[in-house]
Structures are given as structure tokens and as C-alpha cells.
Design a protein around this ligand. Structure first.
Ligand code: Q0N
Length: 304
């Protein structure tokens, strides 16, 4: 099981994340390749999770289909052109095709569009300090894991590799993309989150929050350009998935996918500074099972 796609892809690497790579196919198209790598506590672990890249790719593809009506209602689109076995015809090696998406090349907007329906993580930290998430005030009495009265748009800057995204006020989005585009991003982000939450809830998963990235098509560009949803969507790597059965505000919620990894790392003696240890095979197997279950629970179809 190879973790890195580099060297197997007959295209130029144009961007790289902790667990994914982006390749240039031609002037109009990119290939997004998801690896089997997993990160925890901000570092990539040395042990791959078999099939993670294929599961998250299949899940993103499924979500793009589910969300297409929401996008259309907002006069927007998504970047997905093709995925999976169909990509072999495009020159993608068969070993990579299942964890790859062929997408339209966009001009990406320089903001991360975050929607939160529950208080968690950095949102809780900010709330405890200020009663708000940047410029979005929240009612008193919320705790880690609380459902918010309404989902909120809490955009952030795109951090470089090794840095953390920094929450910004809505005015920062206006500065970056203009008032009209900023309003459209907020409305679309919240609409996508609401629909995603509704679908996940039916499958017994709490979609606590999610991060979306948007771009515009290079040609029409300028103010009022049509928004296009990019990146991966509503995967456990871009969103917090919690099991609905154990949701209980007041303490950290168990992660649907990564809890076995976090629990094992916590008891392993790893100091979170040194190189992380290899995961034992039972933790790998249980984690793979969680990704497959997330896919199967959400889509109602088996993963093969
Ligand atoms: C792009 N990123 C940052 C994969 C995702 N459709 C697109 N057109 C042009 N650029 C991009 C996309 C997309 N998606 C987005 N980098 C390039 C997010 N990356 C980080 C690494 O993993």
C-alpha cells in the first residue's frame, strides 16, 4: 500500500496537503488524489489506513451529487468532472483512479468557508474567551458540543502548510472578494451545511461543522462570477462527524472516524512533539471500518 502518489502520476504536482495531492492534467483540469494517510493532533501518522483515500473520494463524489440541487438553487456549480474507473481513459494509473477526482480548474477564492451547527474545537475556545466566534455573537450557556440555535458562517484564512487557519470576521471576506461575493459565499455555505446536516442526521451522524472551498471559472470572472464548489466535500477530513448515539454536550465528543487513533495515541506515551508512532493493526482495522461505515451509513450502499 503506497502512501504517496508522487512518482506514479504522469502529471505535474501543483499543490499538496497533508493527506492529498493536486496534479495538473491540462490547462482546464486538475486531478485531486486522496492518499490513505491519516493525520491526528496536526501530524500525519506513519501508518496508512487501507482504503481511506478511496472511501473519502467516493464520499465526496456522492456528496457532490446530493448537493447539486442546493448549488443550482444558488446559481452555483461544483468542480467534479469524473472520478474512479472512468479516469483510466484519461491516463490515470488504475491504482490511483479509485482515489482520484478529475475536476475543473478554478480560480480559488482566498477564504475557507466554514459552517458550524455545533460548538466545538477552536469555536469553543473563542466562545469561552469572548462569547462569540470572531464577529458572530452566540447565546450564553453553551458548552463543547452544544447545538447552536442556528448554523453560523465562521470563515477563516487559508493557512500555509504547517500553519493553522485563522478565523476572520465577515468584513475580511468582503475585503477579499467583495460584498456581493461574500454574501453569496455565506448564503451558499450555510445552505450546503444545512442540507448536509439533514442528510447526515437521517444516517445517525451529527455533522457538527464543515469547511468548504469555492472558486470561480477563469473565463467569466470578475464581480458576480458564478461560484463553483471545489475541494473535497463533507468528508470526515473536512468536517466533524460525531455518532448521533453518543452526542452529549459538555465534553469533547468522540470523533466518528478518528477516535480509536486518538485514544490509542493518548495512551501510547507519545509526547506529540517527537515523530508519531506506528499504529497497531487493530487500531488500523477499526479505523478503516469507521470510514467504510460512514460511507455505507450515509449513502445506504455497500463499499467495495
Ligand atoms: C486547488 N487547493 C487547495 C487538495 C486540496 N478546482 C480547483 N482548481 C484550482 N485549484 C484548486 C482546485 C481544487 N480543489 C485547491 N489547491 C488547489 C486545497 N487542496 C489542498 C491539497 O489537497
Amino acid at each position: 500500500m503506497s502512501q504517496h502518489a508522487e512518482g506514479q502520476v504522469p502529471f505535474e504536482l501543483v499543490a499538496q496537503g497533508k493527506v492529498r495531492e493536486v496534479y495538473a492534467v491540462d490547462a482546464d483540469r486538475l486531478l485531486l488524489v486522496a492518499s490513505d494517510r491519516i493525520s491526528a493532533y496536526d501530524v500525519v501518522l506513519p501508518t496508512p489506513i487501507p482504503d481511506k483515500g478511496r472511501v473519502l473520494t467516493a464520499l465526496s463524489v456522492w456528496w457532490f451529487e446530493q448537493l447539486a440541487p442546493v448549488l443550482a438553487e444558488h446559481g452555483a456549480g461544483h468542480h467534479l468532472l469524473a472520478a474512479g474507473a472512468a479516469l483510466v481513459d484519461e491516463g490515470v494509473p488504475a491504482e490511483l483512479a479509485g482515489r482520484s477526482m478529475l475536476v475543473r480548474r478554478l480560480e480559488m477564492l482566498p477564504v475557507e468557508c466554514v459552517a458550524r451547527g455545533y460548538l466545538s474545537g477552536s469555536g469553543t475556545d473563542q466562545y469561552q474567551r469572548t462569547g462569540a466566534i470572531v464577529d458572530v455573537p452566540l447565546p450564553a450557556g453553551l458548552v463543547e458540543g452544544s447545538r447552536l440555535p442556528e448554523p453560523v458562517f465562521t470563515p477563516s484564512t487559508k493557512a500555509g502548510v504547517g500553519e493553522h487557519d485563522e478565523a476572520i470576521p465577515f468584513a475580511g471576506v468582503v475585503d477579499a472578494v467583495g460584498a456581493e461575493q461574500a454574501e453569496a459565499l455565506r448564503a451558499l455555505t450555510l445552505a450546503l451545511y444545512r442540507r448536509g446536516h439533514e442528510i447526515a442526521q437521517e444516517a445517525g451522524i451529527v455533522l457538527a461543522d464543515s469547511k468548504f472551498e469555492f472558486g470561480t471559472l477563469p473565463r467569466p470572472a470578475g464581480p458576480g462570477a458564478r461560484l463553483v464548489l471545489g475541494d473535497e466535500v463533507l468528508t470526515p477530513d473536512s468536517s466533524r462527524f460525531w455518532p448521533a448515539t453518543t452526542w452529549s454536550p459538555g465534553a469533547a465528543q468522540p470523533s466518528f472516524d478518528k477516535q480509536f487513533v486518538r485514544d490509542w495515541l493518548t495512551t501510547s506515551g507519545w509526547d506529540r512533539v517527537s515523530a508519531p508512532p506506528e499504529l497497531p493493526e487493530d487500531v488500523v482495522a477499526a479505523t478503516r471500518d469507521r470510514y467504510v461505515r460512514a460511507y455505507e451509513q450515509l449513502t445506504g450502499t455497500s463499499f467495495d
